[in-house]
Design a protein around this ligand. Structure first.
Ligand SMILES: [Ca+2]
Ligand SMILES: [Ca+2]
Length: 350
């Protein structure tokens, strides 16, 4: 005996979600009975100039008004359900505000009305460019702005707040955006965390008041050298995103040293000591006395330090032996040894 399992069709459908909204809203459609095989629905809206709805039921108001949204089953049952939605309090939007300089505390979002922008302390004017459709945008004494046309505004004080009033948009409330321009030191901080570098230098030293460096603090700028003090104990992975020619200057075993190693960024250890190869007693000259020191190091009668040990190991095999002393004495006697005795070497104290 053969059984054929037939799909269970929807028998009823209703829309869940508010009928009175002021902002975006996601609607859902409940399809019954629960064991309906295909519960997918298709969404539509009566007036696309008032609001839009996507196929996840996500409604985005464009202006105030009344719309009817419809959910329709797609399983062949041909059921549909409608809901009347009244939209109130929609604010007119500026789609984008850009400046020719500065660092925004947050990315521009048409729904967010207040921002702070940090500019370098020697900036005397900025160009605002606004993008909007219909209506007007007026900013204080600077008057009317035109869509996508840059306007230059003087920045005379350390901190200036500009009010952009978006108005005359049909069936929308006016919106007032506030943008504060803050003249800042090149290193913008929050507490002791460095959030952004806004200067134009290419060789920088992080102030020793900084303990943390945030993601993108230096992203995509042309710095070639940065000195990071030991006070910095945390560096975010993407602090130097896109800084392709960067060399980090730091101390051995500092957070910056580990960061450079982990992220394969070239580094220079600034606490390295320069010593002449062969100068076992570190007095700046090579003499027969250095061979005496070498022998004392071998005998253990003189305490060894990393710099002296490295300077004493003429052939660089990792140990100090009588052979190293012989090479040194040959050098003192003017005999060519084939080793770089007398040349500067860098030693990192451990
Ligand atoms: Ca010496
Ligand atoms: Ca040796």
């Amino acid at each position: 005996m053969n059984f054929t399992v037939l799909p269970k069709l929807a028998e009823s459908l209703f829309i869940e979600g508010s009928g009175d909204i002021t902002d975006k809203m996601q609607y859902s459609a409940t399809v019954l009975p629960d064991y309906t095989t295909n519960k997918a629905v298709q969404w539509s809206i009566s007036d696309g100039s008032v609001a839009t709805i996507d196929q996840n039921g996500f409604l985005s108001p464009l202006k105030n008004g009344v719309v009817t949204i419809t959910a329709k089953t797609t399983d062949g049952s041909n059921l549909s359900c409608q809901k009347i939605v009244t939209i109130n309090g929609v604010k007119a939007k500026i789609n984008q505000i850009t400046l020719n300089t500065g660092y925004w505390n947050a990315p521009f979002d048409p729904q967010v009305l207040d921002y702070t922008i940090y500019v370098s302390k020697n900036v005397s004017s900025v160009n605002f460019t606004l993008n909007f459709t219909g209506g007007t945008v007026i900013c204080g004494t600077y008057g009317l702005f035109f869509n996508n046309v840059a306007k230059t505004i003087s920045i005379n004080q350390t901190s200036q707040t500009f009010e952009f009033v978006r108005s005359n948009v049909t069936d929308c409330l006016n919106a007032t955006y506030h943008i504060t321009i803050l003249k800042s030191e090149d290193f913008v901080t929050e507490g002791t965390t460095l959030t952004k570098y806004i200067g134009s230098g290419t060789e920088l030293t992080i102030p020793n008041t900084i303990t943390e460096i945030n993601d993108d603090a230096f992203s995509n700028i042309a710095i070639t050298k940065i000195t990071i003090p030991n006070t910095v104990t945390q560096l975010a992975t993407n602090a130097f995103r896109g800084c392709n020619h960067l060399v980090i200057y730091c101390n051995t075993n500092s957070a910056a040293h580990r960061f450079a190693q982990t992220n394969s960024i070239p580094f220079v250890l600034t606490d390295a000591v320069t010593v002449l190869l062969g100068d076992a007693n570190k007095d700046g000259t090579i003499s027969a006395y250095d061979a005496v020191v070498q022998l004392a190091l071998i005998a253990g009668t003189l305490p060894a330090d990393d710099v002296g040990k490295t300077a004493s190991d003429i052939n660089g095999d990792g140990t100090i032996t009588a052979y190293d002393a012989v090479l040194l004495l040959q050098y003192v006697a003017g005999i060519e040894t084939g080793f770089d005795i007398g040349k500067s070497i860098n030693v990192i104290p451990l």
